[in-house]
Structure formats: C-alpha cells, structure tokens
Design a protein around this ligand. Structure first.
Ligand SMILES: *Cc1c(COP(=O)(O)O)cnc(C)c1O
Length: 379
C-alpha cells in the first residue's frame, strides 16, 4: 500500500498546540522522565474510569505483561486469548512463557464468545483437566465484550480474567450489573493503551486498573524495576522499566481535555458510516449492541468477501485514502499458527470481510462523504 501518499489516514491522533506546549514545558523544566505531571495524569485518568487509582506504564503491551505475571502466569501455563485481536495481547502472554489457546469470536460483538469459555471451563472441570492460568478477553474495536458470563464462570473455577481494554476507552455497558461501568475496570486487572493510533495518545503509553489495592502496589513496584520505596538502588524483585515518561504524561493530560470531543466525533463518524450503507444489503454494519455504548474507535464495515474488500480498499487507496482490514486472527499469525483453537471460524470469517474506514476525530464531513461515495461506487 502507498502509505506515504495518503491524504486521508485511517486513524490519526488529533494533536495541537496544547500537547506541544505541555511536552515543551517538561523539556524546559528538564523533567522528561519523572515529574509531577505523572501523578496528575494518573489521577485524572483514574477519575475518568471511576476507579481510585491507575498505574501509568510505557505501553499497553507492557501493561498486559505485568498483569499476566502478577496473575501468576508461568512458563508453559495455558492462557486463553481472543483469536481476533491485535497481536500484542498474545505476545504479552508469550513473554511470560505461556502457551496460547485462542478462542473464537461471537457475531454479535466480534468479541470472545462467552458460550465457548463457559462450556470449556465446565467440561474441563468435570473431566478433572487443567484449567487456564488466565483468560484475556479483548474489547475489540471500541465495543465492550459480553463479560459477565465469562467473569462468573472464571470466578467459579478460580481463573483470573485480565481485560484487554486497549481499544475500549470511552465505551461502557448500558445494562446489567456493570451498567455505566468502564470496560477494563471489572476483571482482576484491565489494561489501556495510549499508542498513537488509539482514541487518545501519549505518543506511546498504557495504564493498568486493578480493584485490589495490594495488587496495584505490586504492579507499580514491578513497573519501576522493583525498586524499594525511598531506597537508593535497592531492588527486592526482578522488575521492569515500564513506567510512563513525564513527557508522555504531559501529552496525556492535554489529550484528556480533548477526549470528550474526540469521542463524540468518533462515535458520530461510526454512526454515519452505518447510516450511509444501511440501504445496501451487501454491506454489514459494525456491532452496536443495545446493552453497550461503543466508542467508534476504528469504524468499520462488513463486506461480502475478501476479494470485494480488496477492491474497495484499492479504490480508496487510488484516491489517497487509507483503509485496512480487521486484525489478522492469531491463528493466522506465524508464531501462533499451531495454537489450539476453542470454537469455530467466526473470527476467520470476520477477518476476511471487515474493512476499517477512516475515522480520525478530525476527519471532516466532506472527507467522510468522499469515502462513502467511493465505497458505494465500487460495490
Ligand atoms: C493497541 C493494542 C494493544 C497494545 O497496546 P500498545 O500500547 O500499542 O502496546 C494491546 N491490545 C490491543 C487489543 C490493542 O489494540
């Protein structure tokens, strides 16, 4: 693909003078690694999620790695992961030495199918077979997963659930026991990403939410090289250099100011795509379950098949517009090709048919009209 010549990108960060000024201030103060804005960013992000504390870290991948380690995942343990996800979910489990089992998706939300998890946990428990060391559901493309059945079954069998909420900032459940709650805050731990392509960015960054204060203390300790508080170079465990930088935190505070507006724009863009193709039976819409509010992060459509998608993508590319297929499922990635699969082939079908369309918060209505027109003309 001709990535450098795009006029309209898939999902760019929306950044301006506020972010530039915030980053510059940390440089002028010569506090680029640690400093007071880190605590401010953590406090404000925690408030946004409605939790007492978060731990800001260098990437969402690092956040997953720490949560899985802390959940007790050890070499050769089995970890269950959504097949349809960005590869980082699986890689984090691999960093712990775990063996992956991938779980197929449900059509309703494109997320890990709760029925498969519930049935497999029950079947294994009945047969006295080993249970997974952790389950990692992903809230894919800004749509909350159906988590309650998974949480219930996992709790019954004593299996930790780590939520990958890297794509789920700004989403919520609108019904049930977690009505109004942010995905990423209900599992044993949950992780967020502030990579440049996500809803909000700190350049690179991530955050962890965890309900148990002792767990949060352990995770923070692990993220800062296992340094004993107040000590000089005393380290009581093998930790990681996973803290978010002060420059990034400053950018993050500025992004949080912009977040409500970016979220509103992303949602409106996703809704507009859904409306624009509603009359075309050959175009399927992105999930929008009645029991959830989505974020519109990575607006997408479902096309008839892979060749149709390739045609539409090429037609957009021809006009300098970037569109990309959905994540490639883990079972089609070289390192995970031999992982056992639970369930069927819904993830594979979605992977062949879903096309993500431009949805940056600053995409203009005229630009979106152009995308819509090209898609319609090509079909
Ligand atoms: C982006 C992403 C990650 C990784 O986050 P980084 O901050 O890029 O390390 C993990 N899981 C999912 C589902 C993601 O989309």
């Amino acid at each position: 693909m001709q990535s450098l010549s795009y006029r309209i990108f898939l999902s760019e960060p929306t950044l301006g003078d506020a972010e530039a000024e915030a980053a510059a201030a940390t440089i002028r103060a010569r506090k680029v690694t640690a400093g007071p804005v880190l605590a401010e960013f953590e406090a404000r992000f925690a408030e946004l999620l409605g939790v007492p504390e978060v731990i800001a870290v260098s990437t969402g991948t690092a956040a997953l790695h720490l949560c899985l380690l802390d959940a007790g995942v050890e070499p050769n343990d089995e970890v269950w992961v959504s097949d349809l996800t960005f590869v980082a979910t699986a890689n984090a489990a691999s960093y712990c030495g775990a063996q992956l089992t991938v779980v197929d998706s449900e059509r309703e939300t494109w997320n890990l199918d709760p029925g498969i998890v519930v049935d497999e946990l029950a079947a294994r428990a009945r047969a006295g077979r080993a249970l997974p060391a952790a389950i990692v559901p992903v809230h894919l493309l800004g749509h909350p997963a159906r988590l309650d059945p998974i949480l219930d079954a996992a709790a019954r069998h004593g299996v930790p659930v780590i939520e990958d909420a890297a794509e789920a900032l700004g989403t919520t459940w609108t019904e049930g026991p977690h009505q109004g709650v942010a995905p990423g805050t209900v599992g044993m731990a949950g992780v967020f990403s502030f990579n440049g392509n996500k809803l909000m960015t700190t350049g690179g960054g991530g955050a962890i939410a965890a309900g148990d204060p002792a767990r949060r203390a352990r995770l923070r300790h692990l993220a800062q090289q296992g340094k004993v508080d107040g000590s000089d170079y005393e380290h009581d465990v093998i930790g990681f250099n996973y803290r978010l930088s002060h420059v990034s935190a400053a950018i993050g505070v500025a992004q949080l100011e912009r977040l409500p507006n970016m979220l509103e724009r992303r949602r409106a863009i996703a809704d507009r795509y859904t409306e624009a193709f509603a009359d075309l039976p050959e175009v399927g819409a992105q999930p929008a379950a009645s029991w959830a509010q989505r974020s519109g992060w990575l607006a997408s459509i479902v096309l008839a098949d892979d060749p149709t998608r390739a045609r539409v993508r090429a037609a957009l590319s021809e006009e300098g517009i970037e569109a990309r297929p959905m994540w490639r499922p883990l079972r089609r990635q070289v390192p995970y090709a031999s992982s056992p699969v639970l369930g069927g082939t819904v993830a594979l079908e979605l992977a062949d048919r879903v096309l993500c369309l431009p949805c940056s918060a600053h995409l203009t209505p005229a630009e979106q009209d152009e995308v819509i027109a090209i898609v319609r003309l090509t079909l």
